[in-house]
Design a protein around this ligand. Structure first.
Ligand code: C5P
Length: 212
């Protein structure tokens, strides 16, 4: 049985960095499920079809290569926006959730991060974390990240985008963003990544001890 760590949270909460670090530390495989929605969105943008063409989006969801998702290409802002639009379609979610579950079921351990991992994709995961931070803190982090990568941005525009995306992710009918009942909440507004990593490790170590 694969040991799954489910990590959910809103955009720019720090869940991605935390997931990658946990996966490296425990030697587990990692899937950023946001990239799967982004891959479908990119395929739709490339074909020029309307984003709400559910049949075409389902076909893209079935066929993209999950082992070959390029974070640098898929990170583009407009792909993130488009991803949150394709993510409202139940047909697309069904296909991606199946593919994410297949990923979670392979190997000794897996870390999956997204919006619905603890609630829908891996409801039986022995460790569930819900990582949050205030919208202002998340906007500031994203702003510094973009500047650090040599880009340009306006913090107030990022903040408005973050609020819009939160709104869409939390209020959609199918699998809205919310903490699972048994998730540990990790508010990273006032925390360094190092402190968040230590806190997360305590939850994982406790669950690993229980499972052994
Ligand atoms: O996490 P990331 O910003 O890459 O996700 C892009 C979009 O994909 C999110 O805004 C959300 O709408 C969608 N998503 C989702 N369920 C997941 C992961 C991402 O609906 N498990």
């Amino acid at each position: 049985m694969t040991f799954a760590i489910a990590i959910d949270g809103p955009a720019a909460s720090g869940k991605g960095t935390l997931s990658r670090r946990l996966a490296a530390y425990y030697g587990f495989r990692h899937l950023d499920t946001g990239l799967t929605y982004r891959a479908v969105a990119k395929a739709m943008l490339d074909t020029g079809l309307p984003l709400d063409d559910e049949a075409a989006a389902m076909q893209a969801a079935r066929t993209f290569d999950i082992a070959n998702m390029h974070r640098d290409v898929l990170a583009a802002h407009e792909i993130g926006e488009a991803a949150s639009k394709v993510a409202v379609m139940p047909g697309v979610r069904r296909i991606l959730v199946d593919r994410q579950r297949d990923f979670a079921a392979t190997g000794d351990g897996a870390v999956l991060d997204g919006r619905d991992i603890g609630t829908v994709v891996c409801p039986d995961a022995p460790v569930k974390l819900f990582v949050t931070a205030s919208p202002e803190v998340r906007a500031r982090r994203r702003y510094h990240e973009i500047l650090g990568n040599g880009g340009q941005a306006q913090e107030d525009v990022i903040l408005a985008d973050i609020r819009k995306r939160d709104e869409r992710d939390m209020n959609r009918a199918d699998s809205p963003l919310k903490p699972a009942e048994d998730a540990h909440l990790l508010d990273t507004s006032e925390m360094t990544i190092e402190a968040a990593f230590r806190a997360a490790r305590r939850f994982v170590d406790a669950a690993l001890n229980e499972n052994s």
